[in-house]
Design a protein around this ligand. Structure first.
Ligand SMILES: [Mg+2]
Length: 287
């Protein structure tokens, strides 16, 4: 849970990756996708791999899920695409990785490393190699990404009126670096990374505020679920339309929130629009 002194009567939680910062596009498109194509021998269907991976990680209901289930889902969509079948490209199946995903609670490189050591399984070893290559690519690529337009303006507008906290599943150290790099750390009361618990746990802070006085901004279904679980209002930052979303928050959402007109009809309208941005099924034919 977030631990800071309550200074105002309003609480705002902000997700960081893909919500305040445009880092998801960069990470997925420039780091994850090239690594998947290279490590899984998908050069012959690179275009379709890119479309599948973007769909899973950025533009579907799976947006924001852990990298390992996302990889399995990407390969599954690819295998079911007629153009891929027609080209005769073998898309690898990952039964051992899938089995590990179902069993392991902390899906990360550390846990996978232990598993590879214990089993010497080549499929798991290849997956670890892929994941480490991704981390290497991210460390080289991701820097100098400013917050979306109207993030800073919104933070300024909320100054002194609401206690604002970063509520994120990214490691704390990376969050502090990103928020300080762009001079917006000073606007927030607290930066909550994965070490503080899940987003759902962090949002329990909202119980210290009057009913209807807490709001979460996020870009993924998981953010919405965390808000709902705590009866916190949700302002979606729509994937692909982030600037418009932040502008709307700045011009309209903040005032409605602070003046008690963020009613259920308004909430529903925002969520309905958000849901349309994230379909369950891809736009291409599926076998
Ligand atoms: Mg996010």
């Amino acid at each position: 849970m977030l631990n800071f002194e309550k200074k105002t009567d309003f609480f705002v939680g902000i997700d960081s990756d893909g919500c305040a910062f445009d880092t998801m596009e960069l990470k997925q498109k420039e780091c994850f996708i090239p690594c998947t194509i290279k490590h899984y021998g998908l050069q012959g269907v690179s275009k379709y791999t890119r479309e599948a991976e973007e769909f899973v990680n950025l533009y579907s209901k799976s947006r924001g899920i852990n990298r390992f289930p996302a990889l399995v889902e990407t390969l599954n969509w690819l295998r079911r695409r007629p153009q891929v079948v027609a080209r005769g490209i073998q898309v690898p199946e990952l039964p051992r990785v899938t089995e590990w995903i179902h069993r392991e609670k902390k899906l990360g490189n550390d846990a996978l490393k232990k598993e590879v050591k214990a089993t010497q399984d080549p499929e798991l070893a290849a997956c670890l190699e892929w994941s480490e290559a991704v981390n290497h690519a991210v460390a080289e690529m991701v820097k100098g990404v400013p917050p979306f337009p109207f993030v800073r303006e919104s933070l300024e507008k909320l100054q002194g009126l609401a206690d604002v906290a970063v509520v994120s599943a990214t490691p704390q150290e990376a969050l502090v670096r990103e928020w300080e790099e762009h001079g917006i750390a000073s606007y927030v009361t607290m930066i909550g990374g994965q070490e503080f618990g899940t987003k759902k746990e962090m949002l329990q802070k909202s119980t210290e505020y009057p009913k209807g006085h807490s709001l979460m901004l996020g870009d993924a279904p998981g953010d919405y679920k965390a808000a709902m679980a705590n009866q916190v209002l949700f302002f979606p930052i729509n994937p692909g339309d982030e600037e418009k979303s932040w502008q709307r928050f700045f011009n309209e959402g903040i005032d409605r929130f602070l003046h008690g007109t963020f009613d259920s009809a308004y909430q529903q309208e925002l969520v309905d629009a958000f849901e349309k941005y994230l379909p369950v099924n891809p736009p291409w034919p599926v076998l």
